[in-house]
Ligand binder design. Structure first.
Ligand code: MG
Length: 171
């Protein structure tokens, strides 16, 4: 089993509209702001970041299993699944942070991601990780998994994925 691990928010989903909505209602980073930001009924507002789905689709077609590894809490699962399907992202397992309020604590998210990667590494061969958060990548790097390539994706950037598509996927 070969795995591709990919973050969702800021990496393949542009959550600007959902963020603006939360900002307009509540004080940023307050608990209620996080509740608004992580409201499952607002997931449909997210825009897919162009070219990211194409890259993941190519890996999928080449026999990799796609693992979506996100700080989103588990109660957003159904809507996140639907969003991935509606926006033509390839099928894959969805690892979500197992708590209602955990997303307000980024160290908990990065620890969760490190632990998830450690577990995956026992089940197969993780080849690439994509995340727009350097702290998450550092946690994952600390697992010292051989031959693993970590990619710091530019936040909300279709250009980053376009460049990756044309430089890396033709190799
Ligand atoms: Mg992210």
């Amino acid at each position: 089993m070969k795995f591709i691990v990919v973050d969702i928010d800021g990496t393949i989903a542009d959550t600007t509209t959902r963020g603006n909505y939360a900002n307009s209602q509540f004080k940023k980073d307050s608990e209620i702001w996080w509740d608004a930001l992580m409201d499952p009924s607002l997931v449909y507002l997210d825009k897919p970041i162009l070219f990211s789905g194409m890259v993941l689709r190519i890996y999928y077609d080449r026999g990799y299993e796609i693992i979506y590894l996100t700080g989103r809490p588990d109660y957003m699962r159904e809507e996140t699944r639907k969003w991935l399907e509606n926006n033509n992202f390839p099928d894959g397992r969805l690892f979500m942070t197992p708590s209602l309020y955990i997303s307000s604590h980024s160290d908990i998210v990065s620890n969760f991601k490190g632990a998830a990667v450690r577990k995956l590494n026992r089940m197969g061969n993780i080849r690439h990780v994509f995340d727009d958060n350097g702290i998450n990548l550092m946690k994952i790097a600390a697992e010292r998994i051989p031959d693993l390539e970590l990619h710091l994706v530019q936040e909300n950037s279709e250009d980053w994925w376009k460049k990756y598509l044309y430089t890396k996927m033709s190799e």
